[in-house]
Design a protein around this ligand. Structure first.
Ligand SMILES: Nc1ncnc2c1ncn2[C@@H]1O[C@H](COP(=O)(O)OP(=O)(O)OP(=O)(O)O)[C@@H](O)[C@H]1O
Ligand SMILES: N[C@@H](CCO)C(=O)O
Length: 312
């Protein structure tokens, strides 16, 4: 149960007075989720999701909440943050930065079908277009400088063959930069558990807390690496093609983007191999996150490195 911070009904009712949302009817902890504490909040006006941020600080939230607000205002399926009477999206509750967002009707899927992958691709492209008018900027905190530095702290702890592969891929990526490709706001973590589906329709993208400015194609690669990945670590070409086809109904890829695709898939796999290795070898103190298997992304990266033909 990921309710790390408890909120009493009295505290919630008092905090709700900051909003034009009526009176508290029910407060129910959400079991899913790893990083933050989430509750369903029912008031006399409707149903919302309360997030208490366990890691991010109050001052770090405006970029992410303003982005969600911008995207939602542009019709991208994602929760809309609710502003309080001070026109703020976040304030402290039970000692933690907290916000309320609209509640979506959907749930995440673990084994998506092609129609769902197509819908994800289409919505991702809509998000990329809508992001073009978002005025704030955020550098990618987990880009090439981060993975190179992080890997340097891990090599000694890793089996020699794995460390050699990691070194080799980091050198490969350093010699294949695509900074000339279209950039914009990317989600950067659009895994299956960060999309709520309502049948084959997207109810909403969630968890924008790695969103940043980076290469748009990289965002597609991250999504394909999770949405089309089979339990054995290989990529299902039908699902990958469906996601890319959906994307291209909205934003067709250029020849330069198509040429960069195999390298970008490797970059997406590398980024999550490194973050999972970091969690595995150097778990943060006061650990709230559950370690996910780094081997999955090493396996995927190895498959991408061996493959000669791709879907673009
Ligand atoms: N706006 C929303 N509408 C409906 N349900 C939501 C909404 N936001 C979150 N949820 C539900 O809460 C669960 C946990 O949310 P989320 O995955 O964002 O948790 P987290 O701990 O903040 O992030 P993570 O698990 O990625 O570290 C989701 O799987 C979903 O079931
Ligand atoms: N989606 C990430 C975790 C959150 O960043 C992973 O599966 O490693």
């Amino acid at each position: 149960m990921s309710v790390y911070t408890s909120v009493s009904n009295d505290d919630m009712q008092a905090w709700l007075q900051r909003y034009a949302l009526g009176e508290l009817v029910e407060l129910k902890g959400i079991a899913a989720g790893i990083t933050n504490t989430n509750y369903f909040v029912t008031t006399t006006h409707g149903r919302y999701v309360l997030t208490l941020f366990e890691v991010l600080q109050l001052a770090e939230l405006p970029y992410f909440l303003k982005l969600k607000s911008h995207l939602s205002r542009h019709g991208v399926a994602c929760p809309a943050p609710i502003a309080d009477h001070n026109d703020q999206f976040a304030s402290l509750l039970s000692g933690k930065p907290a916000c309320l967002v609209s509640c979506l009707h959907g749930s995440d899927v673990s084994a998506p079908n092609a129609a769902q992958c197509r819908a994800v691709g289409e919505m991702l492209a809509q998000m990329h277009l809508a992001g073009a008018t978002f005025p704030l900027r955020m550098d990618n905190p987990r880009g090439p400088a981060w993975w190179a530095h992080t890997a340097s702290t891990l090599y000694d702890a890793m089996p020699a063959a794995d460390a050699a592969m990691l070194r080799d891929e980091i050198a490969f990526q350093a010699s294949h930069r695509f900074d000339f490709l279209p950039h914009g706001v990317i989600h950067a973590d659009l895994f299956k558990d960060n999309v709520l589906m309502d049948g084959d329709r997207i109810a909403g993208f969630i968890d924008f807390y790695y969103a940043c400015n980076d290469i748009l194609l990289y965002d597609i690669a991250i999504a394909v690496n999770d949405w089309a990945r089979l339990p054995d670590g290989s990529i299902d070409d039908t699902l990958a093609s469906a996601l890319l086809a959906g994307y291209q109904t909205v934003r067709p890829l250029s020849t330069s983007e198509a040429d960069a695709w195999p390298v970008m898939l490797r970059a997406g796999a590398l980024r999550f191999w490194v973050s999972r290795l970091l969690d595995f070898y150097q778990p943060a103190s006061g650990e709230l996150t559950f370690t996910k298997d780094p081997g999955v992304f090493q396996q995927l990266l190895a498959a991408h490195r061996q493959r000669n033909s791709f879907w673009l």
